[in-house]
Every structure is written in structure tokens, then in C-alpha cells.
Design a protein around this ligand. Structure first.
Ligand code: THU
Length: 161
């Protein structure tokens, strides 16, 4: 028997003001995109925006439903649009913000398990890492170099081979 350790590194910034101008602009936009969320049930508005390798930007927000499990997260809304409108184009960076109308929005949250799986598959499809910038409406910002780092020992296309 041997033990294996999984570690990953991410950058923590005190504020959006300490980011590069490009990253700051992307996170500023993600915060604005939260306004387009449809989240009447949770009142947790999530906004995501990605910059693609061709320079285009794609947005996504969470889209809830009275039948709760039908709702979809901002990240997967975005990935669907990117795949449809920019087929095969890698995503360089995705910024994800949220506005919690029931409480605080001052610390980063990271993608849910289902979105981690979807992000990981997108990286696999395009053979490029998706860099993540995570924050609330203010406060700390996390930067993760590759979204699949959030999903160790993942199940994926390789398992079908
Ligand atoms: N949500 C997202 O859109 N992205 C995440 O990474 C976490 C959760 C949404 C799903 C639901 O509409 C609301 O936030 C509360 O869970």
C-alpha cells in the first residue's frame, strides 16, 4: 500500500484592485452579469463570463425553475453557449461572481460538483486549461490555473477508451 497526496495551488488576492487590468475587467463584468441571473427561488445570483482564445466573450447566469432540479448553473449555461456559438474554441479564462440577495457576497465561491465535471470535459475537448477567477461582489479573489484541478481522480472520456 502507498499513500498518494493530491495538492493544488491557487492565488488569493485581497481585492479586485490587485488583479491585472484584464482580470479586473473580466471580474467587473462577471459581477455585472449577475444581474441577468434568473434565480427567484434561491435569490443567489451567479454571473459567469469567459474570454475565449479567439478574443470573444461569452456570458452565463444561473437559470432556475419552479421544478428545482431543472435549474442550471451559470457555468454550464456559459459552457453550452460557448460550445454552440464558438465550436471548438478553447476558453482561456472564466470569471465567476455571485450576488447573494439573502446574505453576504464578500468571499469567493467555487463551482459545484456538476460544473466541475462539465468544466473538466470542456478542457478535455479543447485540450486547453480553463483558468478561473472567483469572487463575490467584493472581497477576496481566487485564481485557479486550471479548472480540472478542482476535480481530482475525475471520471472522463479516457475511461471509455
Ligand atoms: N449556482 C451556480 O450557478 N453556480 C455555482 O457554482 C453554484 C450554484 C446556482 C445554482 C442555483 O441556482 C443557485 O446558485 C443556488 O445554489
Amino acid at each position: 500500500m502507498k499513500k498518494t497526496i493530491y495538492e493544488f495551488e491557487y492565488d488569493v488576492y485581497d481585492s479586485i484592485e490587485n488583479l491585472t487590468p484584464e482580470d479586473k475587467s473580466l471580474m467587473d463584468s462577471a459581477r455585472k452579469v449577475t444581474q441577468k441571473a434568473y434565480a427567484p427561488y434561491s435569490k443567489f445570483l451567479v454571473g459567469a463570463i469567459a474570454i475565449l482564445e479567439n478574443g470573444e466573450r461569452v456570458e452565463g447566469t444561473n437559470q432556475e425553475n419552479a421544478s428545482f432540479p431543472v435549474g442550471i448553473c451559470a457555468e454550464r449555461t456559459l459552457l453550452g453557449s460557448a460550445a454552440m456559438y464558438h465550436q471548438g474554441v478553447p476558453i482561456q479564462t472564466m470569471a465567476i461572481a455571485y450576488h447573494n440577495l439573502n446574505g453576504r457576497s464578500d468571499k469567493p465561491v467555487s463551482p459545484c460538483g456538476m460544473c466541475r465535471q462539465a468544466l473538466s470535459e470542456y478542457e478535455d475537448r479543447t485540450q486547453k486549461p480553463i483558468r478561473l477567477i472567483l469572487s463575490g461582489m467584493d472581497g477576496n479573489v481566487y485564481i485557479i490555473k486550471k479548472s480540472s484541478l478542482l476535480l481530482p481522480l475525475s471520471f472522463g472520456s479516457i475511461d471509455f477508451k
